[in-house]
Design a protein around this ligand. Structure first.
Ligand code: PRP
Ligand code: URA
Length: 205
């Protein structure tokens, strides 16, 4: 499945300030909101619609509405920084949570929480700002699939080539929408140039 990289000039502008190490958590949260809003629109371009008959103040008309329920699944904790814009443009979404934390020494993600709404017949959008080794995203999508999630999309702010490759191997049918595709991972499995630890910068930890 294709990798879609955000092309909007505002995306590039926002990402520059997210990457800047002098950006403080309050601004970092605002910037996360802005780029996630752009990504939310891109990742939902192909949503199915169906006909609905309504009446305008002037006459009846057959128009279109969204056909499928949407479920957003942020990967805790940093994925929470991407949730609000999805809520704002799709107020009827259901939200599921998958809690994963990378071990600092091995960079392998450990699962500590999971709560998902019914997923059958829905479009599931899994969100996590950083696709580094890809271990967290692959694991979260496995959880979503085992809970009957079928039409799945993954959205991140920064992706690494390694993370994209692992996702395409493990879940080849899942489209990836990313704000940027960066160069590589360092020896501690952080993305280069990246923006550092997203969760720490979001929450000031
Ligand atoms: C970060 C990030 C992703 C994960 C990506 O989370 O938010 O979930 O690392 O890395 P991966 O692709 O190598 O799995 P972290 O584990 O630091 O937890 P946090 O969100 O609680 O900060
Ligand atoms: N998690 C982050 O927050 N940043 C990285 O660069 C890699 C994993």
């Amino acid at each position: 499945m294709p990798l879609h990289i955000l092309q909007h000039p505002l995306g590039a502008h926002v990402l520059t300030h997210l990457r800047d190490k002098t950006t403080k958590p309050a601004l970092f949260r605002t910037l996360s909101y802005q780029i996630s809003l752009l990504l939310a629109l891109e990742a939902t371009r192909d949503l199915a619609t169906e006909e609905k008959k309504i009446e305008t103040p002037l006459e009846p008309v057959t128009s279109r509405v969204l056909a499928k329920p949407l479920v957003i699944v942020p990967i805790l904790r940093a994925g929470l920084g991407m949730l609000q814009p999805f809520h704002d443009v799709f107020p009827n979404v259901s939200v599921g949570y998958v809690g994963l934390e990378r071990d600092h020494a091995t960079a392998v993600a450990r699962s500590y929480y999971c709560k998902l709404p019914p997923l059958a017949g829905t479009r599931v959008i899994v969100v996590d700002p950083m696709l580094a080794t890809g271990g967290s995203a692959v694991q979260a999508i496995e959880v979503v699939k085992s809970a009957s999630g079928k039409e799945i999309v993954f959205v991140c702010i920064v992706a690494s080539p390694e993370g994209v490759a692992l996702m395409q191997k493990a879940h080849p049918e899942v489209p990836i929408h990313a704000g940027a595709l960066d160069r590589a991972l360092n020896s501690r499995k952080y993305i280069l140039p990246g923006l550092g630890d997203f969760g720490d910068r979001l929450y000031g930890t």
